[in-house]
Design a protein around this ligand. Structure first.
Ligand code: GLN
Ligand code: ZN
Length: 745
């Protein structure tokens, strides 16, 4: 038996990865210094692996994204990048003016670069990958196997003219890809590679084209390949384990179907099973005693067994060492990427009969029900006492909206924004000073109030209809609430890559979640005190808070979602009591939390919808808004409707009319919709005419009384110079349209 680990975070203990990239981009490092720095980081990572596991990947330290590495290596490079060479081409594709599209990697929070077919290929350029493999060999690690995205996953996540490849495009692409892919493997073999780790997470998606997969792997037969799958079970298990490869990896943590299939169909004697038994997605220590039993039961069916994490460790913080500020009972139970390697190490040594390791396995059983570990009896009682009516608003939408309109007196096509206004350098610096204690709480509060007052004045001058306070006190929409709620641990160095060199720190939910004190009332009521127009209370929804945090052990996500929902509900009640009439509860991560397999959707959306409804059970007179951005809504419009808000703002500017088409196909849609008429992810300023066109298109699908006008997301990342003219055009467009409708005057 052996151990294998993969996906050790690229970032490095001191965030060297981010620093190297950003220094290189800003010209502070030469290309040679950059390569040297990356080489050192790779050497450190290889050493970390080698100390703890038997087999591990080489070529893992991508300079931006592994999908991009393969695009360049295989020559899947659209024409518009051909003028660039080497690293400048690589980074032009990653982050240039017409960079490749970026989208979420399976059910993680990481974004990969989408390979683009059909735009004119170029000669394959495997130099970067080969160079990385040489680093591993130079350091003497022959047990490091080149790690690449597998050919099927590469194709399955590719696009041609903005869409996933059609079956015939796929066939064509396979024929182009296979020779270059084989050539890449051959080159690596010449460099000494003894095996390959090919990542094929797309094997776990719904209805994979099994004949095509078989065709691809038969073409690669003869190469020493280990295929890794993760994030879910593989639905074509019997065919999968028969592929002509040396070994296959299966995730035994995220699902039970892989194990059931193994029991039912057995496992071929001549192949290696890479058993993903240590949770690679969450931050909790394993009960190694239980894991040992799992290994024993796997071993009954499998001759050649390797132990591994269930998924790449990429989306975990690197190590818990710097997090000693977290209370001991929690800290002890944490296991980040390096600690997961240690768990594998202890497990394999115990299996090999080392008594010290066996003692550690014996001692690793965990008590999760320890009162020091965040148990809060009143919250548990509240959860137990929940009744069906807690998930229902008192009046149906039609009646609520009548009351709300009477109270708010809004014009047709009311204008508003999504919450945040530009977070300038000045705001960031002030928040940093405050966190470092260089600014007193009073000084910080005064500063925030000044910003709020400015933005209220600005919105009044602009003549928006529903105002916001600007979110200047928030760095991140989830972390802000996590810091104020009980049951969350916040790391200091627990950075995780979200794309390129971008990092964020997911909060860790360890215990029961509850709200010790109000979280937003002070800023919102201050903003409301400055204007007679309604100011929106601004909250992050329970599903998004859960999906962008690490979930606690033992509990179901459903339970945790309800706990968070109750805490948000408490805030809703406090805002109402303070006289706030409009409350927005953002759920941008509502769609992305859905399971990979469609057959599991109904259950997820059932509780996700209920969690939102629980959090938003406001008085009938309070207008509840929600906001979602950049997800595909088509298939989930029914669930969105069931959330039972009064108004929702959804992206519309990029997908132009398509969203509106969706509403046409959904005849019982009766809620107000905020049209995202300003694409905030682009520096372009929309013209008044363009905005009017979006509104006019929407009017063909929905009645005027249901339409709002707003940007498609928060304005946090934009500059004031862009925001001012864009919002001016937006308000003018709404007014122009009102003026054209006699009844609106
Ligand atoms: N209210 C948040 C903001 O405006 C919403 C952000 C989001 O949807 N991602 O920043
Ligand atoms: Zn958004």
């Amino acid at each position: 038996m052996q151990t294998l680990a993969f996906g050790l975070p690229r970032l490095g203990e001191k965030r060297q990865y981010k620093i190297l990239l950003e220094k290189f981009w800003s010209g502070k490092l030469s290309e040679q210094e950059f390569h040297q720095g990356m080489k050192e980081l790779e050497a450190e990572r290889l050493r970390t692996y080698a100390e703890k596991v038997d087999v591990f990947p080489a070529c893992e330290l991508s300079f931006y994204d592994p999908m991009l590495d393969l695009s360049v290596a295989l020559g899947v490079v659209p024409e518009r990048f051909h003028a660039y060479k080497g690293l400048s081409q690589y980074f032009e594709m990653a982050r240039g003016a017409s960079a490749l599209e970026m989208t979420k990697w399976f059910n993680t929070n990481y974004h990969y670069l989408v390979p683009e077919w059909g735009g004119g290929e170029q000669t394959p350029n495997p130099a970067l990958i080969i160079e990385k493999y040489r680093t591993a060999r130079e350091k003497g690690y022959s047990q490091a196997l080149p790690s690449l995205i597998g050919p099927y996953t590469f194709l399955a996540l590719s696009k041609q003219e903005g869409h996933p490849l059609s079956p015939s495009q796929m066939e064509e692409a396979v024929e182009k890809l296979l020779p270059t892919y084989k050539e890449l493997l051959r080159l690596l073999i010449n460099e000494g590679a003894e095996g390959f780790l090919l990542h094929e997470p797309a094997f776990v998606l719904d209805e994979p084209p099994v004949p095509l997969i078989g065709y691809i792997y038969h073409s690669l037969a003869g190469f020493p390949i280990y295929v890794l799958t993760y994030y879910e079970g593989v639905d074509f298990y019997p065919r999968f384990v028969e592929l002509p490869v040396r070994g296959v990896g299966l995730d035994f943590v995220s699902n039970t179907s892989n194990y059931q299939a193994l029991l039912q169909y057995g496992f071929p004697e001549d192949k290696v099973l890479i058993g993903g038994i240590i949770d690679g997605r969450n931050v909790w220590r394993a009960d190694l005693k239980a894991k040992l039993r799992e290994v024993e039961s796997l071993h009954k069916h499998v001759k050649k067994l390797w132990l591994s994490p269930s998924a790449p460790l990429s989306f975990l913080p690197l190590t818990k060492d710097p997090e000693r500020h977290i209370a001991a009972p929690i800290w002890e139970r944490l296991s980040f990427a390096k600690e997961k390697l240690e768990e594998l190490h202890v497990l394999i040594r115990a299996i090999r009969g080392e008594s010290e390791a066996q003692r550690r396995v014996e001692a690793s059983a965990l008590l999760w029900e320890d009162p020091a570990f965040g148990i809060h009896p009143p919250t548990r009682e509240r959860l137990r006492a929940l009744k069906e009516e807690d998930f229902q608003r008192e009046l149906p939408y039609r009646e609520r909206s009548y009351h709300q309109q009477k109270a708010l007196q809004l014009p047709l096509f009311p204008t508003t924004t999504i919450g945040s206004f530009p977070q300038t350098e000045d705001i960031r610096a002030t928040r940093k000073n405050y966190k470092e204690g260089k600014l007193s709480p009073e000084e910080y509060k005064a500063y925030i109030q000044e910003k709020i007052a400015e933005v209220i004045r600005y919105q009044e001058e602009l003549d928006l209809d529903v105002l916001v306070h600007g979110e200047f006190e928030r760095s991140d929409m989830v972390e802000f609430f996590a810091e104020k709620l009980e049951g969350f641990a916040i790391t200091r160095q627990g950075w995780v890559l979200s794309y390129g060199s971008r990092v964020y720190r997911p909060p860790i939910i360890y215990g029961d979640v509850w709200r010790p004190a109000s979280m937003t009332v002070e800023e919102i009521t201050y903003a409301q005190s400055l204007t007679s127009k309604p100011v929106k209370g601004m909250l992050t929804g329970p599903v998004t808070i859960l999906n962008w945090s690490y979930a606690p052990p033992v509990k179901t996500r459903e339970e945790v979602a309800y706990e968070i929902a109750l805490a948000i509900l408490d805030e809703v009640r406090d805002l109402e009591a303070a006289g706030i009439k409009v409350i927005q509860i953002d759920e941008p991560a509502f769609r992305e939390g859905a399971p990979l397999k469609k057959r599991n959707w109904a259950d997820y959306f059932r509780w996700a919808v209920r969690a939102f409804r629980l959090a938003s059970r406001a008085k009938p007179f309070t207008q509840i808004h929600s906001h979602m951005c950049y997800s595909e809504f088509e298939s989930i419009l029914q669930y969105i409707w069931e959330m039972d808000f009064d108004v929702i703002s959804i992206e519309a500017s990029r997908s132009k009319g398509t969203l509106v088409e969706e509403f046409k196909r959904f005849p019982h849609w009766d809620r107000q919709v905020g049209l995202g008429v300003y694409d905030i992810h682009s520096p372009a300023i929309p013209t008044r005419e363009a905005i009017e066109q979006v509104i006019e298109a929407a009017r063909r699908a929905l009645p005027d009384t249901l339409l709002w006008v707003n940007p498609d997301c928060g304005l946090k990342t934009r500059r004031w110079e862009e925001v001012r003219p864009a919002l001016k055009h937006m308000v003018e467009a709404a007014k122009n349209i009102r003026n054209r409708i006699p009844s609106a005057k």
